[in-house]
Write a protein that binds this ligand. Sequence first.
Ligand SMILES: [Zn+2]
Ligand SMILES: [Zn+2]
Length: 336
Amino acid sequence: MVNMMKALVFTAPHTFEYRDVPRPEPAPDEVLVEVKACAICGSDVHGSSGENGRRIPPLVMGHEASGTIAQLGEAVQSWAVGDRVTFDSTEYCGYCWFCTHGMHNLCAQRRIVGVACTEYRKNGAMAQYIAVKARTLYALPPAVSFEQGCLVEPFAVGMHAVLRSGLAAGQTAAVIGDGTIGLMTLIAAKSQGAQVCISGHHTRPMQLAAQLGALDCAQLPQLTAERGADVVYDAVGSQSSFTQAMELVRKGGRIMVIGNHARTIDFPLQRCITEQIDVQFSYSSAGEYPVCLQAIAEGRADLTGLWQSFPLAEGAQVFDRLVHRDESLTKAVLIP
Ligand SMILES: [Zn+2]
Ligand SMILES: [Zn+2]
């Protein structure tokens, strides 16, 4: 007899059905996780139009999740049933040159959980259970709730950018963009002891940013004796956001581009050279989960207030609100 479970199934563009589907069986190197919280990512919302080819229905979405281990695959030894965990949204091979050099975000065989494209199809965590590779698991410290645990995935994206940029305690950073990744980058920069300004256009996220201790980018000249920011994080990635980053960064400073709304932009080569500005790029995350979990557990990072929770059964309505840009809803977490 096949065990069944409830799942939010993406069945057609802008259509979700909450229904029974077969419960996955963990492969020998996998564990079955009973999902306790799964956040909706902006990429899920965009993907639900069916236009970008990354969410081909039928599919269970969801790559930002946490839960408890319900069953171990035969070869799994270092985990136990009942362990509270989150997991990397990226499955990677673990043995290629990139994987063995701390860059599993660049693994040619990377597969993202909850994505279905022409190359692969992997059901995600908007369900009661999900089977994930044991090597992608991270234990949740007791002080970290399941909701905060599921948000470690986007937090790790911000942390990856901050650690790559070499931002030091006492430095001044500016974040452009008030979406989830912008806010997570802000939290990551603050957790490293930096002073952070933010630039954004949305009322509620900007209120959250202020509560998190972010200043307005208009204050940057006073804060830095007119020099400009040591590091600017562009969490938008458009011509205008990059131009703004060039205005905010100090000579000899650094711009870290995380967003990629535009495929290509004009690049001020001459000014970057004569002002010796480093321009760097950051993609996804590469194992920053423990750093993030520790920052939350120690109170150096606070994700409280960033999300609103809803029952998984109401997932279709929640997606609808996000697709129609309901301003009162920033980040939604679904609870199975
Ligand atoms: Zn995501
Ligand atoms: Zn690899």
